[in-house]
Design a protein around this ligand. Structure first.
Ligand SMILES: [Zn+2]
Length: 398
């Protein structure tokens, strides 16, 4: 099993400055490589590939020994690969007939991670194992940085990343061969419906709420984004507004992850099998496509009004939650089944009558055929459980 571990870093002020410089140089490398690809494509219709840019790295490092030359070659390759991924995704969406935005330059504050793709290559986890009380990670050009090592790392460390969130730095270890920790049988199964007011509603009628502090942060983030939209490009006020949005984004991500971990832990403890709706990201939030403002940004449109924006921030937690749930379920030896989400919310869980009119409001379900009434999310969760059990039976019979 693969799993990642994340720890707060406690750099000295000198190390913090070096980390910031390292991140900034990687951001500039990313932007320069993007510029290179754009120019080659526009002027000559040529596609620049990862291999070309990786080969060019040697010259860049030699020409800038005090700058780019300081950092790990492999970490720079990882940054170029990241750009390559952005382009692959772009071209895939073009092939699917969609109109994606061209990969964008990363502004200050929008590039937050440097990855070292292999432990031991320009980086070393637990670099001073003989130290009696403290764990360190060594990063090339930065030094041995103290780690707030609050739980043990399992498996074998593969990649090491440093990530900035606001004024904090984290180290993220991606490990493989992490042993599973199976839980005893719970003797129960459940379907779950994902929502905004409640993150999770189970077929038993249980709810896991989006905690108040996450909702508050989402409100603040939505307000900060609206505020940013009114600031003039290039102004210092805009710079501060961008930093504020980035800091709130980081906060929402932390709280969302924390909430997802707690909810997923409860579910895998209580149920042997959990059925959920397969997410279709494109359909998840039906909003008008934002209009480019001609300067690389987007104009606010009607759909990103107050409630919509906050809602979309909370919706974005579903993908994170399902990812965390999948990891925990695998580790605990629980079964997770994704079912087709069509009509689960408008079908009556008692008689099977399916009609749009059954869903009276967001929260209330009344069957037009048999009169069955239920909380709309619980009704949907029961349908999801039924679909999951049917899939499991079909798989067993095959
Ligand atoms: Zn009915």
């Amino acid at each position: 099993m693969r799993r990642s571990f994340r720890f707060l870093l406690r750099p000295t002020s000198k190390q913090a400055a070096a980390l910031a410089q390292c991140l900034e140089d990687h951001r500039q490398l990313y932007n320069a490589a993007l510029e290179h690809r754009r120019t080659a494509y526009r002027k000559a219709g040529v596609s620049v590939r990862y291999g070309d840019q990786s080969a060019e790295l040697k010259n860049i490092r030699a020409d800038d020994a005090e700058g780019q030359g300081r950092w790990s070659f492999s970490s720079q390759q990882a940054t170029l690969r990241r750009l390559d991924k952005a382009f692959s995704a772009f071209f895939m969406r073009v092939r699917e007939g969609r109109t994606p935005g061209f990969p964008r330059f990363k502004g200050w504050g929008w590039f937050d991670t440097v990855e070292w793709p292999k432990d031991g290559d320009g980086c070393r986890w637990d670099s001073q194992p003989g130290h009696p009380t403290t764990t360190f990670v060594r990063l090339q050009g930065i030094g041995h940085v103290k780690v707030h090592h609050h739980r043990s790392v399992k498996g074998r460390v593969k990649t090491i990343s440093a990530k900035r969130e606001g004024s904090r730095w984290y180290v993220i270890l991606s490990c493989d061969s992490v042993p599973a920790e199976p839980l005893p049988a719970a003797g129960a199964v459940a379907g779950i419906d994902l929502g905004v007011a409640w993150l999770v509603t189970t077929s038993d009628g249980g709810h896991v709420t989006n905690p108040r502090h996450l909702v508050t942060s989402a409100d603040r983030l939505a307000a900060a984004q609206r505020d940013l939209a009114h600031k003039k490009r290039g102004s210092s006020r805009r710079g501060r507004a961008v930093a504020r949005v980035a800091a709130l984004h980081a906060k929402v991500r932390r709280q969302r992850l924390d909430c997802a971990h707690k909810a997923a832990l409860t579910l895998v403890r209580d149920y042997d099998m959990i059925a959920h709706e397969a997410l279709r990201i494109a359909n998840m939030t039906k909003r008008a496509a934002p209009e480019p403002d001609g300067q690389g940004g987007y104009l606010a449109n009607g759909a990103s009004a107050k409630s919509g924006l906050n809602r979309s921030i909370l919706d974005a937690g579903w993908g994170v939650f399902l990812t965390v749930l999948a990891h925990k379920a695998e580790s605990a030896g629980r079964e997770l089944i994704a079912v087709n989400p069509s009509s689960t919310s408008r079908t009556c869980a008692r008689c099977g009558h399916s009609a749009r009119e059954n869903r009276v409001t967001q929260a209330e379900f009344v069957c037009m055929a048999c009169g069955h009434t239920a909380h709309a999310d619980v009704n949907a969760a029961i349908n999801i459980l039924r679909a999951g059990l049917a899939l499991r039976e079909a798989a067993g019979a095959a």
